[in-house]
Ligand binder design. Structure first.
Ligand SMILES: Nc1ccn([C@@H]2O[C@H](COP(=O)(O)OP(=O)(O)OP(=O)(O)O)[C@@H](O)[C@H]2O)c(=O)n1
Ligand SMILES: C[C@](O)(CO)[C@H](O)COP(=O)(O)O
Length: 402
């Protein structure tokens, strides 16, 4: 697994706490496992962390008995940087502490981003802002938003006791960024001092005497807390993403050989294909379709044929890159449609395997992948069995603000 580093070369880990019971939200399952726009809240929250190149490791803290729900939630995600989940505690504070201890046991040290699984709308920009805000000098940095309502403190009878001046009040969110060792030490010290009612990790760091910096939060990065939040979440999620469609086309000529690669599958054939990479026309067309939907150039822009490192490369790498770009931009893939044009080899017997392979590479369900094939009725270069062609269409959704 390639471990990518923060620009200061300090390893960065993300810790998502998902062990709460969601009592205020109600429902049949803890809120992080409920679906918003076809995906669990936890999957929404995880995806931008899994796609962030600066993050080397993502750990999730889950509730006792939630193992099957967790397995369902992460199915189809890119789990290469996802650690085995840790069992949480009875409070958020205890769950974070347990997650930190598991990270320490794995030998981790560096920067940790602590995020609520109940905040599914976290953007790649907020994750990058958290890392940047910590920079090389801060110990803690948290996203903060100025409050727009007047905030009051009440007494035990519900009467107003105080109206603090609003100009310095902020409401804070996650992801909160910390130097790992001081955060773990603060958590351990708090347990030792029986200080167990902190509602965020920054409050723990304040208690331990550390300065906590702020950076601008994101009003859309709400925490789903009450049942009504789910009604608003469905609307927000659908409204904030716009549909983009991209198309791709690729051809390769046959040459001497005994197999071709099609849709990530090696198929025995009496010809090979002339290509710099493995010559998989289906994956090349699909990569271009995704890059087209993103308006981020084409396969040659990112993987120039003049670059020797791509000689013989598995085209799954190109497709994986394009699918990661969608996630990194906070988007999602809705549908992938491919038509392969050739007289031979026959695609039908391999359709299911190709579908499964493309779904696995791109992190979508198999029912979001359509594989079709046709001959060109013996006309043209495919009809004369001189080569293979593929066309692809990718439908994705991207955040509107982009
Ligand atoms: N024992 C706990 C309690 C909370 N959390 C996590 O901390 C985040 C913020 O907590 P909150 O919104 O309070 O979630 P719940 O505790 O699940 O909600 P409730 O208080 O309504 O039961 C959530 O991602 C939640 O899963 C956790 O990991 N372990
Ligand atoms: C961490 C947090 O999301 C920051 O706003 C918040 O404090 C969590 O509070 P809760 O009591 O767990 O809902």
């Amino acid at each position: 697994m390639p471990i990518q580093r923060h620009e200061t070369d300090i390893p960065v880990a993300a810790l998502l706490v998902a062990a709460g019971r969601g009592l205020r939200a109600g429902g049949d399952a803890p809120k992080q496992y409920r679906l918003v726009d076809g995906r669990s809240v936890l999957a929404h929250a995880l995806m931008p962390f899994l796609a962030e190149p600066a993050i080397a490791q993502v750990s999730v803290v889950i509730g006792d008995g939630d193992e099957a729900r967790y397995a369902d939630a992460i199915a189809g995600l890119d789990t290469r940087r996802l650690a085995t989940p840790t069992q949480g505690g009875s409070t958020r504070q205890d769950s974070v502490r347990r997650g930190l201890l598991a990270l320490a046991a794995s030998g981790f040290d560096g920067i940790v981003l602590v995020h609520d699984a109940a905040r599914p709308f976290v953007s790649p920009a907020q994750i990058e802002a958290a890392i940047a805000a910590l920079g090389t000098t801060e110990i803690a940095a948290i996203p903060a938003l100025p409050v727009t309502d007047t905030i009051k403190r009440t007494d035990a009878h519900g009467h107003i006791a105080e109206t603090p001046p609003r100009d310095r009040l902020v409401s804070v969110q996650t992801p909160q960024a910390f130097r790992f060792r001081p955060l773990l030490a603060a958590h351990e010290a708090a347990v030792g001092a029986r200080m167990t009612t902190f509602t965020d990790d920054a409050a723990l760091m304040e208690w331990a005497g550390h300065p906590v910096a702020t950076f601008p939060g994101d009003p859309t990065n709400v925490k789903l807390t009450h049942a009504d939040d789910f009604l608003r979440a469905g609307t927000r999620s659908a409204a904030s993403l716009v549909t983009r469609v991209g198309t791709g086309y690729d051809v390769h000529a046959f040459c001497e050989g005994d197999h071709v690669w099609l849709g990530g599958i090696r198929i025995s054939h009496d010809r090979g294909v002339l290509a710099h990479s493995d010559g998989d026309v289906a994956l090349h067309a699909l990569t271009d379709a995704l890059l087209g939907a993103l308006a981020e150039g084409d396969i040659g822009t990112h993987f120039p044929p003049s670059d020797p490192q791509w000689r013989g490369a598995a085209s799954a790498r190109f497709l994986d890159f394009a699918a990661d770009r969608v996630r990194l931009r906070g988007g999602r893939i809705d549908h992938l449609d491919i038509t392969i044009v050739c007289e031979a080899p026959k695609v039908g017997p391999h359709r299911d395997a190709i579908t499964a392979e493309i779904a696995a590479i791109t992190g979508v369900r198999e029912d979001q992948v359509a594989i079709k094939a046709t001959t060109s009725e013996r006309m043209g270069f495919t009809g004369r069995r001189e080569g293979l062609a593929a066309l692809a269409t990718a439908t994705i959704r991207l955040p509107e603000q982009e």
